[in-house]
Design a protein. Structure first.
Length: 511
């Protein structure tokens, strides 16, 4: 069975790759042919590229994104402009964006069903009220009290508590993940899901098609349906050039009865719990939320489910506290949030920037990638120059060589600005965490790179005064023991390396 599954998986992937290659060859033929028609087409395409460059320069966008596109178009003037049009102006993308906006508009008020702690938080932690007000009043994600938090790191500490909570489910289990791969972790989860589905618990699963491109067979949703598990694939991959293929569901969400939820960097695959070794020791993290704030994460899933199924349902039916009061009495405030690439609001980036801008003592950051625009570099350096102890941990053992080289290209500028850079010597750090001043922290799915900040669907949990804040700090300080601090001399490199890194920086927004 496993060999047959692998052959089917391989056939599908080869077919997709061949179709993409054929499209590329056709474009190459059109732009290189000696026929008079082809020559006229090339002239028109060059004129188009000039017009597109002027449009890009005048268009409201991130400076780094503008530079990347102008560089690409001028480097390939024949088809650069046409590629930009193909990338940005697609009716399918507009329909996709419109559908998301409608779903979010319909469910926005439902986020407040548990009642929020907006006024209480404003009185208790006024120094963080700009962050709270931005997320609640503008982004639409309320802040809650009566919510407990628990932080897990590394991944092997996460699995057993996760399975234990799944076994407690009585009404529903919702899961949304970027990567699922058969192995000890997923098979353990699947056994619980099958058992719960047989007991009448509603089990729903969303997985990203690109994330699972090499890990799950094409008909996996049909296989799960045989166990009573409802499954949808987010944004199925199609072998055509389309900007929509860039917009992936990178979130990791589990909601159990709307009372307990999980998110963080951990996918449902064996390397995340160090059952297998992929890039040395894998250092990851997750957060468990229990209480009122769980409802926000449940709604995030339900919105995505409706987007995938195109079927409306009453979200209120899944609200857990209709006939009973929430029993959680934990201190602190919790504010889950989500980020969509289909609007102009970079929620994940703004949460990070707010933490940096309001820090007084320290900001500790873990991220697998460090590929950011000038505004984030400036915020990091300004905080450090203002006396804040800014420390960032990135991996020493890389998973993508070009991405790692691009990450290292930022070290010089940041170190000169007073930021302390560390690399995790034991392996690959996949955690995405910020913690500041023993007061606030966020744990989620958003990497410090262009793809996560601007192209993917992401989520996170911002906290103040809750128990997990100091747990995140303690984990960071413990992780530092397995890190090497990078000096300015170490990251200078030779002229050829620096030139190559500078070129990678130019196209970083498109990587």
């Amino acid at each position: 069975m496993k060999r047959a599954w692998f052959r089917e998986l391989l056939r599908r992937r080869i077919a997709v790759i061949l179709l993409l290659v054929l499209q590329a060859l056709f474009i190459a033929y059109v732009v290189s042919s000696d026929s008079p028609v082809a020559e006229l087409v090339r002239i028109l395409l060059r004129v188009l590229s000039v017009v597109i460059v002027l449009h890009v320069i005048s268009h409201k966008d991130k400076g780094a994104n503008k530079v990347a596109w102008v560089f690409l178009i001028l480097l390939f003037p024949v088809f650069g402009g046409a590629f930009y049009l193909l990338y940005h102006f697609q009716s399918s993308t507009k329909r996709f964006s419109k559908a998301i906006a409608e779903i979010e508009r319909e469910s926005r008020e439902l986020y407040h069903l548990p009642g929020d702690a907006y006024e209480q938080a404003g009185q208790t932690i006024p120094q963080h009220f700009p962050q709270i007000r931005y997320l609640q009043e503008f982004a639409g994600f309320p802040i809650f009290d009566a919510t407990d938090t628990r932080y897990f790191s590394p991944g092997e500490q996460f699995l057993e508590p996760f399975l234990a909570e799944l076994r407690k489910a009585q009404r529903y289990i919702f899961l949304e993940y970027f990567i699922i791969e058969e192995g000890v972790v997923w098979n353990s989860v699947l056994e619980v899901l099958k058992e719960k589905a047989a007991q009448g618990v509603e089990v729903r699963l969303i997985y990203d098609d690109i994330g699972c491109f090499l890990t799950l067979p094409k008909d996996y949703a049909e296989q799960l349906a045989e166990y009573g598990i409802k499954c949808r694939t987010f944004n199925p991959f199609r072998p055509v050039l389309s900007v929509m293929q860039n917009n992936r569901d990178h979130r990791k969400i589990t909601s159990i009865d709307g009372k307990v939820a999980f998110t963080g960097g951990i996918n449902l695959a064996d390397e995340y719990a160090n059952i297998i070794e992929k890039h040395g020791y894998w250092k990851d993290s997750a957060i468990m939320v229990e209480g009122k704030a769980t409802w926000s994460m449940t709604l995030m899933f339900l919105e995505m489910w409706q987007l995938c199924t195109k079927q409306k349902e009453c979200f209120e039916e899944f609200y857990p506290w209709r006939n009973e009061a929430c029993p959680i009495t934990a201190n602190g405030f919790v504010q889950p949030y989500a980020d969509s690439p289909m609007d102009d609001e970079n929620v994940g980036e703004h949460v990070y920037m707010q933490i940096l801008n309001h820090a007084r003592d320290y900001v500790y950051i873990t991220t697998p990638y460090l590929i950011v625009d000038d505004s984030m570099v400036s915020a990091l350096c300004l905080a450090a120059k203002s006396g804040v102890d800014v420390r960032i941990i990135t991996p020493h053992i890389w998973d993508k060589v070009l991405i790692h080289m691009t990450t290292r290209s930022y070290y010089r500028e940041l170190i000169r600005g007073g930021v302390k850079i560390y690399e995790y010597s034991k392996g690959f750090i996949h955690s995405k965490t910020f913690v500041s001043d023993d007061q606030t922290a966020t744990v989620g799915t958003t990497n410090l790179d262009f793809r996560s900040l601007y192209l993917h669907f992401e989520c996170g949990v911002w906290m103040s005064g809750s128990s997990a804040v100091l747990q995140v700090k303690e984990d960071f300080l413990h992780t530092l023991k397995d890190c090497q601090r990078i000096s300015l001399e170490e990251c200078r490199g030779n002229p050829i390396t620096r030139l190559f890194q500078d070129l990678l920086r130019l196209v970083a927004p498109l990587l």
